[in-house]
Design a protein around this ligand. Structure first.
Ligand code: TRH
Length: 396
């Protein structure tokens, strides 16, 4: 029996779409799969609207068709405006996504409630080993009688797991086997039909200085290559390099067709990954979706100071490469490094393609293996139930 029925999720859109992408998926899943009423507090509704077209960017408070209530917030919101948004309904669980700082008025309100809410900081995704030992640890507030728990997503059962809606595998399988569903997606995105043996790449990336040589190599392959480029910095960079792309949004060079895509709803973005043969993804949310797509992927990390992102890449690689057959680990690792370290792409790419069949098989295996684990929303609900039923000082 669910005792903690009202959840507030706070999201601050710092940069790009990863923060709101994750929060929106979590809010949606909790609302539709559990007896939970979710309020999603977002400080940048125009960004939210880009991945969810139903959002009205100027409406401070709105309920979406799936039942999630969306509220616009800012760090400086006053106690009076907060009370209006709360509408006499305090949350049992408060999720602060990625360490976004809650408005002071909201924290003050938490201390006044008859029963203190369970305060959870949903952390960034990492495969580093320390994550397992920090997952679910409490941290007392330095001044107030409040305590916050750190909840870490991750790839092992000792972490909070990965976001995965119920029935996702079946949905993906149906899409990949359906003659109709991919056609509807292609029509919506303006992608014209491709020959059966076309290699379809989705290029969702930050940037890479050695692109031109690689695109030339793609143009010279012995079969057609379709490169689909979602809107964003990478598409902008391509437009600067190849101004001819601007006219129609696509260009043909030898075997290569390069096509820019309009910004998609999150559901369309997911389907695009299900359709492509190789997905170039970035950040954390698209990485997870590429894993679920069950197709080969190349991950580009958001750059951090002192190369911290390379530690993250290596930690993930250590887990991902286990049980890879033959020379796949060498060639795939070489290409991932080249993609993340601005190195030459052509040779590693040509070598990697010789292992495409075993790469595909490994991607399927990883999808299967990760799907066996409990998902993040379920783990979070279980965690909350334990803490909520047991006394506040209970530690797992
Ligand atoms: O946008 P990102 O680069 O976000 C990153 C990461 O979250 C990283 O952790 C963070 O520190 C950094 O930003 C600042 O990549 P990510 O995480 O893959 O999120 C992209 C989201 O945008 C994902 O939910 C899919 C969605 N999306 C669409 O819905 N439609 C689109 O057309 C595109 C291109 C993306």
């Amino acid at each position: 029996m669910m005792t903690a029925r009202h959840w507030d999720i706070f999201c601050s859109v710092i940069d790009n779409f990863g923060d709101i992408g994750v929060c929106w998926r979590l809010a949606r899943q909790l609302q539709t799969e559990y007896p939970i009423q979710v309020r999603l507090w977002v400080d940048d509704l125009p960004s939210f609207q880009r991945i969810c077209s139903e959002v009205q960017p100027t409406k401070v408070q709105q309920r979406l068709t799936n039942g999630v209530e969306v509220i616009a917030w800012s760090a400086s919101m006053t106690a009076a405006s907060l009370q209006a948004e709360l509408n006499n309904q305090s949350a049992d669980v408060v999720i602060e996504a990625f360490g976004c700082e809650l408005p002071a008025a909201y924290v003050a309100d938490m201390t006044q409630r008859g029963r203190q809410p369970l305060w959870v900081n949903l952390e960034y995704l990492s495969a580093e080993s320390w994550v397992e030992s920090c997952h679910a640890l409490p941290s007392p507030h330095p001044q107030l009688a409040l305590q916050k728990y750190f909840f870490f997503p991750g790839f092992s059962p000792k972490t909070g797991g990965l976001l995965r809606e119920s029935g996702l595998r079946q949905q993906i399988n149906q899409f990949q086997q359906s003659p109709v569903q991919p056609t509807a997606l292609l029509n919506a995105l303006g992608i014209t039909e491709t020959a059966e043996d076309t290699l379809k790449l989705c290029l969702f990336a930050y940037s890479h200085p050695r692109l031109s040589d690689w695109l030339d190599a793609l143009a010279q392959m012995d079969h057609q290559v379709l490169c689909l480029v979602p809107a964003g910095v990478f598409a902008t960079e391509l437009l600067q390099r190849y101004p001819e792309l601007g006219a129609t949004g696509s260009m043909q060079r030898g075997q290569l067709r390069l096509q820019l895509l309009p910004f998609m709803d999150q559901a369309e973005f997911d389907q695009l990954l299900w359709w492509c043969d190789i997905n170039f993804v970035r950040g954390e949310d698209s990485l997870i979706r590429a894993i679920w797509a069950g197709a080969p992927f190349v991950w580009q990390l958001y750059r951090q100071q002192e190369q911290a992102h390379m530690e993250k890449l290596n930690a993930f690689w250590q887990q991902y490469q286990s049980d890879m057959p033959g020379s796949l680990p060498q060639v795939l690792h070489a290409f991932w490094l080249a993609w993340n370290q601005d190195a030459d792409l052509v040779q590693p790419w040509l070598q990697l393609l010789t292992e495409l069949a075993s790469w595909r098989q490994h991607a399927r295996q990883w999808q299967e293996q990760q799907s066996q684990q409990s998902d993040l929303a379920k783990n979070l609900v279980r965690f909350v139930e334990k803490k909520f039923i047991l006394p506040a000082n209970f530690t797992q």
